[in-house]
Design a protein around this ligand. Structure first.
Ligand SMILES: Nc1ncnc2c1ncn2[C@@H]1O[C@H](COP(=O)(O)OP(=O)(O)OP(=O)(O)O)[C@@H](O)[C@H]1O
Ligand SMILES: [Mg+2]
Length: 287
């Protein structure tokens, strides 16, 4: 049997014996303030409306604001998992419509500085999360910290949020380049947020895709366009996710369509081994 045939067979056997695991997705951007957290929150809620089990994990440590966007206050954060040795079940909070989320908190600035015991605790707890959900979404901070990069690289996919502004596009390009330089096979999706018209969004998205493919030799998937919508600003002020604040708003309709397209085109992921996310994260951290 040829090597690649044997590899294919091994993977098939593995996938037969591997229980279903959550798909891990990092929501990232180059420039800050382009709408990552709003996207992560409203995308999570829309996936849930399609009967998917979703965990939203705020990894914008120190600056996390997912709870503020939902008008709730997290009693526990990821920090408690380490400082009080809590299980992951004890730090999952519940937001609107029963959304499960983990708040970022302040204090954990460097994963590498955690003790070996704390790190193993995290890895073991994360394995449980992988079995509990269909999707785990990481809301990342703008740009990348060393820690953040490892979570991104260990994820199954990335969704890059940008606006049509040249500064935002340039930074998004830089971010994709950084990710691809470290993980050539990373599937990358692009969301064009805050487009003033659909046409403008489509034009920016198409041009951006062409540039990325030409210079980075990577396949990216345009995921969708979300209009600049004052319903979003109003929803943020009222601390209600915009899909719940006004489900008929342009932004809410756009994210519903985008989620539908995402689910229609998403494929089962073949992973080389169980708890692949944890294995990859560990490799990066201990390298
Ligand atoms: N589609 C939209 N239409 C109008 N305003 C929007 C839209 N998306 C985001 N915004 C505005 O942009 C602000 C920043 O959004 P958000 O906090 O989601 O960005 P972010 O990328 O997570 O920021 P950070 O990099 O600081 O984490 C929101 O408070 C909202 O006012
Ligand atoms: Mg944010």
């Amino acid at each position: 049997m040829k090597h690649d045939q044997a590899e294919g067979l091994r993977r098939k056997l593995n996938s037969i014996h591997t229980p279903k695991e959550a798909k891990t997705i990092s929501i990232i951007s180059g420039k800050g303030g382009v709408g990552k957290s709003n996207f992560a929150l409203n995308f999570s809620l829309t996936l849930m409306s399609k009967q998917k089990k979703v965990l939203l994990f705020d990894l914008d440590v120190g600056m996390g604001n997912i709870d503020i966007l939902m008008g709730v206050r997290a009693n526990k954060t990821i920090i408690d998992m380490f400082e009080r040795k809590l299980s992951v079940h004890q730090i999952i909070e519940t937001g609107p419509n029963g959304l499960s989320y983990i708040a970022a908190g302040t204090g954990l600035t460097n994963f590498f500085k955690l003790s070996e015991g704390d790190k193993s605790h995290f890895y073991e707890q994360f394995k449980e999360l992988l079995q509990m959900y269909d999707y785990i979404l990481f809301d990342m901070g703008a740009g990348v910290t060393e820690d953040g990069l490892f979570f991104i690289l260990a994820s199954d996919e990335c969704i890059v949020i940008t606006t049509p502004e040249p500064t935002s596009l340039t930074d998004a390009y830089g971010m994709i380049k950084h990710v691809i330089n470290n993980q050539k096979t990373m599937p990358v999706h692009i969301v064009m947020n805050r487009s003033s018209t659909y046409q403008e969004g489509l034009k920016s998205l198409t041009r951006f895709k062409e540039v990325v493919i030409k210079f980075l030799d990577v396949q990216i998937t345009p995921l969708g366009i979300i209009p600049d919508d004052k319903a979003v600003t109003q929803a943020v002020i009222r601390q209600v996710p915009y899909v719940l604040y006004n489900e008929k708003s342009k932004a809410a309709k756009a994210i519903k369509e985008l989620t539908f397209n995402y689910l229609s085109n998403s494929k089962e992921i073949e992973r080389a081994s169980p708890f692949y996310f944890v294995r990859k994260l560990k490799q990066f951290i201990e390298r």
